[in-house]
Design a protein around this ligand. Sequence first.
Ligand code: CP
Ligand code: NVA
Length: 323
Amino acid sequence: MLGRKGVRHLISISDLTNKEFEVLVNKAQTFKQIYKNGSPQEFASNHQKLLGKTVALVFSKRSTRTRISSEGAAAFYGATPMFLGKDDIQLGVNESFYDTTKVLSSMVSTVFARVNSHSEIQQLAEHSSVPILNSLCDTYHPLQAIADLLTIKEAFQDTKGLKLAWIGDANNVINDLAIASLKLGINVSVATPIGIEMDKKILQTAEEVSKETGASFEHTHDPKATATNANILVTDTFVSMGEESETAKKLKQFEGFQISEEHTKLANKDWKFMHCLPRHKEEVTDEVFYNKNSLVFEEAENRLYAAIAALEVFVVNKGDFSK
Ligand code: CP
Ligand code: NVA
């Protein structure tokens, strides 16, 4: 998304062209190599890129992976990360969103923002003079999708024609993961409980991207049909942050949706399992979660390289994907 001041923000994967998304995944892969095996010169030159700058992490919700990866990415570029939790600053409390955003963005080089509603991210992007990197809102989780597609690329090399089977909720993580997968030619099948439907805007974007890449998209309420012939089985928490008061209702809705050996038997014999984490037992059995075919810990580690790639493109290169 292009903000009012011509600043390019990372709000959702839908905002990126297919090529731009591919650039982010490829950069994440390149930076993984540098991070693990780079020469001292490569580290030193990257460390200069944001040296002396600050990177704000405005987080209204808890986080393990997103916080660690964004602070790590800031350190990689020589910037100082500044964690601003919900009780630390006056975002939405005691001061208008506009005033806080103006002040915040006048002093930092970028803002990783984990907020509640999508409208909060939109307000930040509208008023910020520096890139806003959406670090989870109720509708999108783009940094997760970059890491997920890197993980799939590492596991399968060629992504075209794979089948990704999502058995879970219909919110932030799958909204971006579905579009991201379609952009790289992966067929997507989503199974949600009856009564939980995908966002109409996502369905429309999925249709458009499918036409461009030839990958298919379907939405069912049948986990077994979705798992059949899948290369990748994926789920997320059934009760997202902020929905805690609905726990009993949601767990009831998700009965029969736990990913288990039954689903892996329906899937392709070289199936893989993914989960953005944090994981709870009702979502997936231990046999699948800790299986040798499970990619969950590589996927979590890849969040670091996704955050480095996002900083490189949106902050260091100021939204220029051609560099
Ligand atoms: N997957 C993910 O975003 O994890 P955290 O909530 O721990 O950041
Ligand atoms: N859907 C989950 C994702 C956490 C990374 C949530 O919003 O809590």
